[in-house]
Design a protein around this ligand. Structure first.
Ligand code: ASP
Length: 346
């Protein structure tokens, strides 16, 4: 149902969608967002209000970082009561990390927060940005007959698909279908109508207000296994000062080398208090450390299963949990739970 008094806040952080070609150099540069309607005149035909706010210096999302996530959260907190929904324009490169982080930082949402972007700048004739932007805006104001928002979580909208933000992964650097949600179903699909899967939506706790979280601790590392990975590399990782967690990208169902030197180093990391989370390098499926001896050995020395969480969401969740000053035991407890639909615990 469309409410004519509805209002969306569009937050432009940067990325290809808001860039135009410099006439002299042909390089892409961010354009002044106040001119958005010149590039997307269709926005004038939407029957709700759109306000926009942009980062002072819009960034390529390769420059995204926890301080900028906090800035986005602050913008949303500051404007939360004034708008029905929020659309964040963001570069695609790190969108899945940002969507994951925001899903933890924005607790108990009762309004949509939708990240979108594009593979081609909005000023280009064949741009995918217009569709992505216009539909994301429509979803941001969509409500049921009682005035309740259909979407109450942080999502990524891309190429007609609305996905749970913390389940997304960027899968293509060129195609318009740039994202996928491998381990969780699509939340809505835009065709002639926007079809929502209401039963899958993450809902806020009843009688609880939204909570905006800022603390993040980035003393987290990702280690991707490969045949030939050396003891020197692994040893160097675990002596990094203040390192609190390692997201260990393993093979298949959570398998890793069974050689003693490898297991000894991981065991030493665990003994030092580093939380080791086992995440699979496969795009789909879950870690099952009991399935093979090569996974069981990791479990026996104290590595945790990340189940089917994405690397992006695992990193964001660890930053969030350690940022809140939780100790190792508490972090381990929360890693075994799904907080905002980021993992499927079997
Ligand atoms: N490098 C760009 C970015 O992530 C790519 C994009 O926006 O699609 O900001």
């Amino acid at each position: 149902m469309l409410d004519n008094n509805a209002s969306v806040l569009l937050i432009y952080t940067g990325g290809t969608i808001g860039m135009i070609e410099d006439e002299e150099t042909n390089a892409l540069k961010p354009f002044n967002f106040n001119h958005l309607k010149e590039y997307v005149p269709e926005l004038n035909r939407l029957k709700f209000n759109i306000d926009s706010i942009q980062f002072k210096n819009p960034i390529d999302s390769s420059d995204m970082n926890p301080d900028k996530w906090k800035k986005i959260v602050w913008i949303i907190e500051d404007n939360y009561d004034k708008y029905d929904g929020f659309v964040i324009l963001h570069g695609t490169d790190t969108m899945a990390y940002s969507a994951s982080a925001l899903s933890f930082m924005l607790e108990n949402l009762n309004k949509p927060v939708i990240l979108t972007g594009s593979q081609l700048p909005i000023g280009k004739i064949r741009t995918d940005g217009k569709e992505n932007l216009i539909t994301a805006l429509e979803i941001a104001v969509d409500k049921d007959a009682d005035g309740n928002a259909f979407v109450t979580e942080v999502c990524v909208f891309f190429q007609n698909l609305l996905m749970r933000g913390n389940r997304t992964t960027k899968i293509n650097a060129a195609n318009f279908k740039a994202f996928n949600s491998f381990n969780f179903p699509i939340l809505a699909e835009a065709g002639t109508y926007i079809r929502y899967k209401h039963e899958l939506m993450h809902r806020p706790l009843r009688n609880s207000k939204p909570k905006f979280h800022y603390p993040l601790d980035s003393n987290v590392a990702i280690v991707k296994l490969f045949p030939g990975i050396s003891a020197e590399i692994l040893k160097a990782m675990i002596v990094i000062p203040h390192l609190k967690a390692i997201v260990l990208e393993t093979y298949g169902a959570g398998n890793a080398p069974s050689e003693n030197w490898f297991l000894d180093i991981i065991a030493e990391a665990v003994k030092k208090g580093i939380v080791v989370v086992n995440v699979t390098q496969c795009t789909s499926g879950s870690v099952e450390m009991e399935r093979y001896q090569a996974g069981k050995a990791l479990k026996d020395i104290g590595a945790l299963s990340g189940y089917d969480i994405t690397t992006e969401a695992a990193v964001a969740k660890l930053m969030f949990l350690f940022g809140h000053g939780l100790d190792r035991k508490e972090v381990k407890m929360y890693m075994k739970m799904s907080l905002v639909g980021e993992t499927t615990i079997e």
